[in-house]
Design a protein around this ligand. Sequence first.
Ligand SMILES: *Cc1c(COP(=O)(O)O)cnc(C)c1O
Length: 421
Amino acid sequence: MNKMIESLSAKEPMLWINPQYRGAAALNELELQFHDILDAEARLYRFAPLLGDLFEEAAPAHGIIESELLDIPELQQQLMAEAEIDAGDGGRLLIKGDHNLPVAGSIKARGGIYAVLRYAETLALKHELIDYSDNYRKLGEKKAREFFSRYTISVGSTGNLGLSIGIISAGLGFTVKIHMSADAKAWKKALLRSHGVTVVEHTGDYGAAVEQGRKEAEGNPYAFFVDDENSVDLFLGYAVAALRLKNQLIARGITVDEQHPLMVYLPCGVGGAPGGITFGLKHVFGDAVHCFFAEPVESPCMTLGLMTGKHDEISVYDIGLSNRTIADGLAVARPSAFVGKMIQGIISGTFTVTDARLEENAGLARTLEKLKLEPSATAGFQGPQWLLQTEPGRDYLRRHGLESAKLTHILWTTGGRYLPE
Ligand SMILES: *Cc1c(COP(=O)(O)O)cnc(C)c1O
């Protein structure tokens, strides 16, 4: 076993720098391209008026589901002080607040809602309920809802994807069945049931819940299984975030170029959300953005898959880990091979975090910034420390000619809006 894998299996928090990183140059070879992201963005615009009608929470922004870019002066001071870095020397910290995304309450509002909208649009066009020139509000009428109710949408989830798919599908009138893994929190199941969704509880892990859902939907033309491990739709839904972030940075007057780069820290489960966002960010910002994924020490599936090049052919169980973590959104044993291959050349690195640290982070966010975050959502908080304070991190900055005072660090927070008190 190499030394890195030994550290992983010893559950020591660690930073892994990707030796296969090639930057934006690696984008050309990928099967998905920038126009695919624009296509997804356009679809979200077509559906926006309908979403504004269907969901009260989406109405103020006219059906565009987006999060805020937040200043976090107190938390920044705390995290920099922990890293023994003087104010200003380590750059600026911001939060991209996907923990508060309306309708789904987590980052899954991006990919999950998009995947269902795409399915609904395909059906509606094929059956001539709408054409492209229509206002999609039409799909909120009785005729369309009755039509959608004949179709069942299902998914396997650790919780948040189930919430997202369940709420949007039920909102459109689909029949919905959500397969939840054992680690899914009771409040997420209860919330889904309150939306009229069927929740099937599994005793196995996330992989088992996905397998069951996939099997049930197979061969049934009235069933659509949202495959979190292989979905291009989820991936592209997430990627749209990059276009939105670019506008937010411009509006704030924050310069992003190779001398003033964005360092982005993304909590990672199966990889779709952080992978899709990384893909989008590299297209939008090129080599002025550096993306790092954060995983629990018990579930570093993407790190392991990338490090070994084995992707979904290796699991965290294989190196003696339990995949048991309080970070339910990240409790995944085997990464998406589709995502792993897409990001192999564009992800800068990964790091791991203990459950104790996740809880501490969630506490800090609450007391210092009044933010309600799930533990999973805080996995990226140690990113700046890893880069600024450790030898492999500093070496990464040096090799890329990056000056720490000019960095803009983005901690991407991923869930918590509906967290009960
Ligand atoms: C799902 C999820 C993630 C990561 O997304 P993946 O696509 O599984 O990698 C991160 N944080 C939270 C809270 C999530 O629910």
